[in-house]
Each structure stands twice: as C-alpha cells, then as structure tokens.
Ligand binder design. Structure first.
Ligand SMILES: Cc1cc2nc3c(=O)[nH]c(=O)nc-3n(C[C@H](O)[C@H](O)[C@H](O)COP(=O)(O)OP(=O)(O)OC[C@H]3O[C@@H](n4cnc5c(N)ncnc54)[C@H](O)[C@@H]3O)c2cc1C
Length: 456
C-alpha cells in the first residue's frame, strides 16, 4: 500500500467546504478546495446583509477553529448573531487566508465535471479503485486534477427554483430576467434604488419571502410610493405567520407576529392561490399571469422577487453513479430525516458518512447541497457531516459512525432571517445561547430571580 496521504477534492469554499478541508488537513491528508467565485464564501457574500438565525457558537466548525486558534484568532462573541457579511469577514476569510488552508484553496475554479479516471458511468470492473478526475475552469481554460475522494459542498445558492407553478420556469421568465431577482436581494442596501418607490411582487411563503417583505415595508417608510404584493401559491397566508406567542422559537414567533400585523393591517396586498404560468412585459411593467397569458388571472408589478427555494446543480456529476431521493434530490437515506413536511431545522438528527454515502465509493455530498431541495439545512449539521465523511475517507470507521453533535431541540433556529437593519427580536432580542429563556429580557428577569418577563 502507498504511504502517500490521500488527496481529497472539495468542491466549494463555503462554510462547509472549508470545514471539510480543515478536517482533511487535521487527518494528515491533502485537500484541494475548488471555488467557482473570485473569493471564498462566494455564496454567503450574496446574502451578506442578512442577519443569521444562529449565533456564532453554532457557526464555527471545531477543526477550523483549531486551525484559526493556532494563528492567534480571537473568536467572536459566541452569543452574537452575525450577518452573512460578518461570517465571511471574521471566520471564512481568516480561515482560508491566514491558516495553512491558504495553500489548498483555489478560487475562480468552477468545477465542470467529475468522473472516474478511465471510466464512463457504464463501465464497472475496477471502477472503485480508479481515482476521480475533476475538471474545472479557471479563466485560463480547463484544468484537470485527480483525487482519491471528492466532497461536493457546492451549495444550492446558484440554482434558485424558478417562478413557474410546476417547478419549471414560467413562460418568458428568462426573457424578463432583468426585472426578476431570486433569493433575498438587499432591498434596504445595495439594491435600494432598484426597489424604492416601485411596485414589488414577492413570490414565496418561507422565511426568505417573509424577511424580504418586512424589509420592503421598512423601505416604504422612507419611500411611501413603494407597493408590496405578496404572491402565494397556496391559499393560506396564515401558514407563514408562524405560531406567534405559541411558537416554541420565540424570535421566530415574533417575526411571524410582525409579519401577521403587517399583512392584517393591509400593508401588503396579498394574492393567494396564484399559480404563475406566464410572465410578459409592456413598458415598465411586468405582467404576471396565472393560467394563460390572455385571459386568466393577471397582476402587474415593476419588479418580481422569487423566493421559492433552491435546488442542487447535478449537471457536472453526470458521469458518477448517484442515488438520489426522487422528490428531494438528496441522498435517499437522508430524505426521511429532512423531509420539509416533517422537520423544522432544529429537529433533523445529526448524521454523517453512512447517510451521505453514494454508490460511487469515495464521493459524498455535504452541506446545503446534501439536502437537495429541502430548506432545513443548518451549518452545524454540515460541520458534523464533514467530520464524519473525512473520518470515513481516512478509514476511521468508528469516528465516522459516531455522532458528535447534539442539536438542541429547537434552540438553533432561534432567530428568523432578516436584514441587518432589523430591530426585531422579542423583548430585546433572542435569549443568550444555553439559557432557558425565550428572549433577552426573559433571561435578564430569570437571572434576577423573577419568573420571567411574561412575554410568552
Ligand atoms: C439567507 C440565508 C441565511 C442562512 N442563515 C443560516 C443561519 O443563520 N444558520 C445556519 O446554520 N444556516 C443558515 N443558512 C443555511 C446554510 O447554512 C448556508 O446556506 C450555508 O452557507 C451553507 O454552506 P455550504 O458551504 O453548504 O454552501 P454555500 O455557502 O452555498 O457554499 C457553496 C460554495 O460552492 C461554490 N460553488 C458552487 N458551484 C460550484 C462549482 N461548480 N465549482 C466550484 N465551486 C462551486 C459557491 O460559489 C459557494 O461559494 C442560511 C442560508 C441562507 C440562504
């Protein structure tokens, strides 16, 4: 047997890809991280204005922290809820640039194919011992590298779900792309001029849609001509209000409460049961059609924001033998654990190499992408995934099987997605981590020997 340490290609330099590389280094193997963007954390930078719902103590991987600590890193306040921008500035950048990982990260390196060297998808005999061949583009052309194992942590941010009701693009969605944004655009910051004083339709019913609508409502305070249209595919807006004071997650309940008040006060025009099929344009207006472009239901807006979730890009994995759940497009064993019909983000049990393994030995999905179309992913779950996967690659089956992460029942998702300017949070903001309280004032009251602040 060769004594050369195994090489592991990691696709994507997001939080989970970089954590994977830190674990690979810690086990004496050789990581190569390939990142499509110009800088690490390319996807997180796109939502840098969003305040995270998990505090620092849940956002830092252990192996990464050890690398950083060796360089004299002062960890941020564990109870603070960073923005995406702060996550990049105070964690991802120092990790990728000021630790030994810096020698192993290649940016502007977009992976375009992964295959077994010398084997197309059909050829079987000897396949499992062949190294992987990873082709990537780096601006100078195509380059190829070989690796013993591959961890695909390329996220889903760059493949948002389209606006069409069937999961396909609405007719002429691409033709009108100039007035359509996906995900959570920074409507109070960088994109303010685009949305101020306009009529803005937001399609979706999840946290991103709710956060964006609340931000648009703030924008309207400064620019009263701003009009907000909330388009729901379903018939029940109340589902997006959360449990209010009954919500086990106090801050999320508070956001739902704020959102419900906004909607009930008529601050948002609500269009339920709108099954978008066509998008046309005339002059400055987008025309959103349900049913048919001529005679079905029809709405007008200057801008459309599509917040209908994300899906994995599987195109560059075409020559690998993959097993995916038919609905969620995630590893099949994982599917029942993360089915969004059954789980919230705090209730998915930690899992690792066993659940994430593929018929192609040595290839693993990790991070956001491993959840396919399920929206319930948590960074700390990803860190546990890569700890276990890397142990598996290193041949340490005990460590790979072990579960080292204990997820608090509901404690992690204790803050909803909102922009940095949001002054939300029930009674002074979320409670500090590890304290049995629903909010900061509740925590203060309990520390002072009282029963609590009484808000819930
Ligand atoms: C707005 C928002 C807020 C969130 N807040 C929280 C939170 O508070 N707490 C929490 O636990 N989770 C949160 N999440 C969920 C999740 O933890 C994050 O999305 C996290 O960034 C996922 O990390 P990742 O490394 O798996 O993927 P990403 O951060 O998406 O990183 C993937 C990287 O791969 C790169 N890439 C893509 N394709 C290729 C390719 N072909 N070749 C090379 N590189 C490629 C991308 O450029 C990107 O840099 C949030 C998600 C969103 C969208």
């Amino acid at each position: 047997m060769s004594n050369t340490p195994k090489s592991v290609a990691v696709i994507g330099a997001g939080p989970v890809g970089l954590a994977a590389a830190a674990h690979v280094l810690a086990r004496g193997m050789r990581p190569v991280v390939l990142e499509a963007g110009e800088q690490v954390g390319h996807a997180v930078r796109r939502w840098s204005h969003v305040r995270m719902f998990s505090p620092w103590s849940y956002n830092v991987d252990k192996a990464a922290e050890r690398l950083l600590a060796e360089q004299g890193w002062n960890g941020p306040d564990p109870n603070h809820y960073p923005t995406g921008g702060e996550l990049v500035e105070h964690y991802l950048e120092p990790l990728a640039m000021r630790t030994p990982l810096s020698e192993h990260v290649r940016t502007k390196a977009r992976v375009i194919s992964v295959a077994r060297s010398g084997f197309d998808k059909v050829k079987t005999v000897g396949r499992e011992t062949a190294p992987f061949e990873i082709r990537y583009q780096n601006g100078r052309g195509s380059e190829t590298l070989r690796a013993d194992a591959v961890i695909d942590a390329s996220g889903t941010w760059s493949s948002p779900n389209p606006a069409g009701i069937n999961g396909t693009e609405a007719i002429d969605e691409t033709a009108n792309a100039g007035r359509i944004a996906y995900g959570m655009p920074d409507v109070l910051g960088q994109e303010r001029a685009r949305y101020a004083g306009k009529s803005v339709a937001v399609l979706g019913a999840g946290h991103s849609a709710v956060g964006t609508i609340l931000d648009l409502a703030k924008l309207r305070k400064a620019q009263p001509a701003t009009e907000i249209i909330w388009i729901l595919r379903g018939d029940n807006p109340e589902k997006s209000f959360g449990g209010g004071a009954n919500d086990k997650l106090a801050a999320r309940g508070e956001l739902g409460h704020l959102f419900a008040s906004l909607v009930r006060s008529g601050g948002v025009r609500v269009e339920t049961g709108f099954r978008l099929t066509h998008i046309t344009a005339s002059g400055q207006k987008l025309h959103l059609h349900a049913g048919s472009a001529c005679c079905g239901r029809h709405l007008e807006a200057d801008e459309l924001i599509v917040a209908t979730g994300f899906r994995p890009d599987l195109s560059f994995l075409r020559e690998l033998r993959l097993a995916l759940d038919p609905a969620l497009e995630c590893p099949p064993i994982l599917a029942p654990l993360i089915d969004p019909n059954l789980h919230s983000c705090g209730t998915v049990r930690p899992h690792g190499a066993r659940e994430l393994a593929q018929p192609e030995p040595g290839f693993y999905f990790a991070g956001m992408k491993s959840y396919g179309r399920a929206p319930t992913f948590l960074m700390m779950t990803g860190y546990e995934q890569v700890r276990s996967i890397v142990a598996d690659i290193a041949g340490d089956k005990d460590a790979a099987e072990r579960v080292e992460l204990v997820l608090p029942e509901t404690g992690v998702c204790s803050r909803p997605l909102t922009s940095v300017n949001e002054n939300d949070g029930c009674c002074g903001g979320p409670a500090p981590v590890g304290v049995d309280a629903c909010c900061q004032q509740d925590a203060n009251a309990k520390e002072a020997g009282k029963k609590g602040c009484g808000c819930s």
